[in-house]
Design a protein around this ligand. Structure first.
Ligand code: NAP
Length: 330
């Protein structure tokens, strides 16, 4: 019996019986993919709402290499490496670029899957290629940045037909020419010539102030994605809610701040059983008191329903929720 409570940061009570842990490339070859298989990284973006009856594959591959080129660094990291550890380590070594992405929980292998982003920087900007094995066929793959089809918190790896694609390593390119990226409101206090270390320290401090530490209050970070809507939909909503918090995207669509939508519905204090909406950041749902999967599912339903009733927008989860059979659609 494999206790999943400690294997996902939302820490709901759950177990699995059929688990393969990958520590080395040889372990990958031994995996037999089944229709109910699911690949788990560090568990910071997956929530087990009940015991999992399928086949769990836990990716713990470690390893790294850094090659200095004339104008930058090629950094290759195995999928099971800890993301934040490498953000800090690279900055210590004078290799900059990841500083806005400090303190994002999770593994390196999860970074391309949802194209992690924070404070105006997305990891896709630095990814050269993603390597792995399609466990269904045993065939190795190497996807270029373009083939990963990165979007806003999105990539090909999120599609159902890529569910068996195990990421083994990610190759990044971090150019030596570096400029701080400071356009997000929380970074406005920094001087325009802030160093990467200053940005890193500041991002860490802001996140520690605003976001609950999963080790103290279990959570899975942003629970919902910021909805991106068309200009027509946006005009309709803005007429009724002139103070709405939004950002125009490069392709002329509009991104709404999901945390703001939830807050406006007066849901910051909403609690269902042991699950609740976080007091300081409404986009984060928390396991504040021994929540069950049912508490969380009901809470997520309530939040989505009330936001849809008030703003006409259905929030989509950023996290992956699983029930006993597999991926759960809210
Ligand atoms: P915030 O500063 O309160 O802003 C709320 C939302 O507005 C953010 O989600 C952000 O979208 C968007 N935003 C703010 N300034 C923007 C700008 N200049 N251009 C475009 N969009 C802008 O956000 P927060 O909750 O404290 O989070 C700060 C950053 O950390 C955000 O980038 C957020 O995504 C990231 N974060 C990620 C997670 C996660 O679990 N994935 C958890 C916490 C924070 P974006 O989210 O698109 O950046």
């Amino acid at each position: 019996m494999f206790d999943l409570k400690k294997r996902h940061s939302f820490a709901l009570p759950a177990c699995a019986n059929h688990v393969d842990v990958i520590h080395a490339p040889d372990d990958v070859r031994k995996i037999i993919w089944q229709d109910d298989s699911y690949i788990l990284g560090a568990g910071s973006n997956t929530v087990f709402t009940s015991d999992f009856e399928g086949h769990l594959i836990v990716n713990r591959l470690l390893g790294s290499s850094i090659v200095e080129l004339d104008d930058g660094y090629k950094v290759s990291l195995a999928a099971g490496e800890n993301w934040h550890h490498w953000v800090a380590r690279l900055i210590d070594q004078g290799i900059f670029g990841f500083e806005n992405l400090a303190l994002i929980p999770g593994s390196v292998g999860a970074a391309p899957v949802q194209n992690i982003g924070a404070y105006g920087v997305e990891v896709a900007k630095f990814i050269e290629s993603v390597e792995g094995v399609d466990l269904r066929t045993g065939t190795a793959f190497q996807f270029t940045n373009k083939e990963c089809n990165f979007g806003y918190r999105d990539s090909v790896f999120k599609r159902a037909e890529y569910a068996s694609f195990l990421i083994t390593s990610v190759e990044f390119y971090l150019p030596k020419a570096w400029q701080p990226c400071l356009e997000y409101p929380d970074l406005k206090d920094l001087p325009t010539d802030a160093s990467a270390i200053q940005v890193f320290d500041h991002v860490v401090a802001v996140r520690q102030r605003k976001l609950p530490d999963p080790m103290v209050i279990p959570n899975a970070g942003s629970f919902f994605k910021n909805p991106v809507i068309t200009s027509d939909e946006f005009r309709r909503i803005k007429q009724r809610h002139p103070d709405i918090r939004y950002f125009e995207t490069a392709d002329g669509q509009f991104k709404l701040a999901a945390g703001w939508l939830i807050e406006q519905c007066g849901l910051k204090s909403l609690r269902i059983g042991g699950a609740g909406v976080h007091q300081r950041q409404a986009l984060v749902l928390v396991n504040s008191n021994q929540a069950t999967g049912r508490d969380l599912t009901e809470l997520a339903h309530q939040v989505r329903k009330q936001v849809a009733q008030r703003f006409g927008v259905w929030l989509e989860p950023e996290v992956r929720m699983l029930d006993n059979r597999g991926l759960l659609t809210l």
